[in-house]
Design a protein around this ligand. Structure first.
Ligand code: NAD
Length: 457
């Protein structure tokens, strides 16, 4: 029986390993993490984060061929194939601070693998890493287990799941990318990984490349997606200035088959733990290779995103007679996107901080994010003007304004007539996700701002 160990039980490691266990009943999958609290959450009824369909998959496999453990070394020792899904955040200090990937966690995982292994292993990069990381990892592994005569094959198998649709993305991926050495041992390792995916992924969706192409493709993938969001958001600013409507521009663009309709929704900006970090990593790699001009191109994607968030805050404050001081503003949504409880780099953080900076009082509701998460993200020590509440109506009671910051489906169907009655007048709505029917809201009496649309129509 093939044994797999997944190092890192986070948003990537947990769901990817659970789906492998589901689809490959003859493979034993152990997911390990240095965080005891994360592992005990995976072993409890309340998983460490919300992801649609995840609980069902975990419940089907846990206790059969899927286990979660903090005994990292034992399961690494026993495994034939090790998937490494540890975090690769942006360096906060030293050379490359603010741009380069911090590979501390990866390096310590590699050293631990070398220390405990006693047999040949395939080590799979699932984390997003800088191009040529496999070279460094290879050195760490082989130099640290020289005396044991162990051989490692390193593969790059970047993960393309999106939070909120992770299980669907894993069950039905549009592609699986496997990069490896092109010598006989490398090709053999690639084949072994292909054999696992072949349990449920059609052959024509499994792409194999060299290591560096696979590593770089993941960074390129996130950069292209984020660039598309910044492109439509840049257009949204121009729409507001000219009287064009961004939804109409998106529709027209999306019908061009060379462009396509996806990722063309204007919004308050992108968030999540990956886009910014991976683009800054790309910028750093460009600069390290003397390609400053190319790095500058990608940097603009981040700058437009920052601009979009600050433009939103500016619009809220200026619309409300240039001051929100002491005014209550209801915030609907704090997660970085719908169907996840993840708040990492959520645009809601910057918007809330911007409004608090102007002395607003916030009443925040998100269906999946906890009060503790919000307090942590807003560094709320000493901030008194924030209340985290249990439903949308409570968030809007006596509020002067309402901001939609996450596109949760439930925000489309709440009773806005009731919300209007709840609120101070004039009642403002700022739709940062363009999910509401502006005309209906205006009929009710709201003053409405939605991204990329003229203010008054
Ligand atoms: P995460 O922070 O949720 O999970 C990482 C886990 O690794 C943590 O639980 C941490 O305790 C554990 N860990 C760190 N060092 C360890 C070690 N030495 N041994 C055992 N466990 C260790 O991160 P994530 O969101 O799952 O992302 C992981 C990687 O996948 C990152 O490189 C990220 O860029 C990439 N990625 C993320 C997404 C996403 O949507 N979150 C999608 C694709 C790729």
């Amino acid at each position: 029986m093939v044994k797999i160990c997944g190092i890192g039980a986070g948003y990537v490691g947990g769901p990817t390993m659970a789906v492998i266990a589901l689809k490959c009943p003859s493979i034993e999958v152990a997911v390990v993490d240095i965080s005891e609290s994360r592992i005990s959450a995976w072993n409890s009824k309340k998983l460490p984060f919300y992801e649609p369909g995840l609980e069902e998959v975990v419940n089907q496999c846990r206790g059969k061929n899927l286990l979660f453990s903090s005994d990292v070394e034992k399961h690494v020792y026993e495994a034939d194939i090790i998937f490494v899904s540890v975090n690769t955040p942006t360096k906060i200090k030293g050379i490359g601070a603010g741009k380069a990937a911090d590979l501390t966690y990866w390096e310590s995982a590699a050293r631990m693998i070398a220390d405990v292994s006693n047999s040949d292993k395939i080590v799979v990069e699932k984390s997003t890493v800088p191009v040529r990381t496999a070279e460094a990892i290879g050195k760490i592994l082989s130099e640290n287990s020289k005396s044991k005569g162990i051989k490692y094959q390193i593969l790059s198998n970047p993960e393309f799941l999106s939070e909120g649709t992770a299980i669907q993305d894993l069950l039905n991926p549009d592609r699986v990318l496997i990069g490896g050495n092109q010598d006989p041992q490398g090709l053999d390792a690639i084949q072994k990984l292909k054999d696992i995916y072949a349990y449920w992924v059609p052959q024509d969706r499994i792409i194999t490349t060299n290591l560096w192409s696979a590593e770089l493709s993941k960074l390129a993938d996130n950069a292209f997606l984020a660039q598309r969001i910044s492109s439509i958001n840049a257009m949204s600013a121009l729409c507001e200035a000219t009287g064009a409507e961004v939804s109409q521009v998106s529709l027209a663009l999306g019908k061009n088959t060379k462009i396509g309709p996806k990722f063309l929704n204007a919004s308050v900006g992108f968030g999540g733990s990956c886009f910014q970090k991976d683009i800054m990593n790309l910028v750093y790699i460009c600069e390290s290779n003397g390609l400053t001009q190319v790095g500058n191109y990608w940097k603009e994607v981040i700058k437009v995103n920052e601009y979009q968030k600050s433009r939103f805050v500016h619009r809220v404050v200026t619309s409300m007679f240039n001051t929100v001081s002491g005014k209550k503003i209801g915030i609907l949504g704090f997660a970085f996107k719908k169907d996840t409880s993840d708040t990492r780099k959520s645009p809601a953080i910057d918007v809330c901080k911007g409004l608090l900076g102007d002395n607003a009082c916030l009443s925040i509701y998100d269906p999946r994010v906890t009060e503790h998460q919000i307090e942590k993200e807003l560094c709320m020590d000493g901030v008194e003007c924030v209340n985290v509440v249990g439903d949308a109506y409570e968030a809007t009671r006596d509020a002067h304004g309402l901001c939609i910051l996450t596109e949760w489906d439930e925000f489309k169907t709440i009773d806005y007539q009731r919300v209007y009655q709840n609120m101070e007048k004039p009642a403002f709505v700022f739709d940062g996700r363009n999910i509401l029917d502006v005309h209906k809201l205006r009929e009710i009496g709201f003053i409405v701002y939605s991204i990329g649309n003229p203010l008054d129509q």
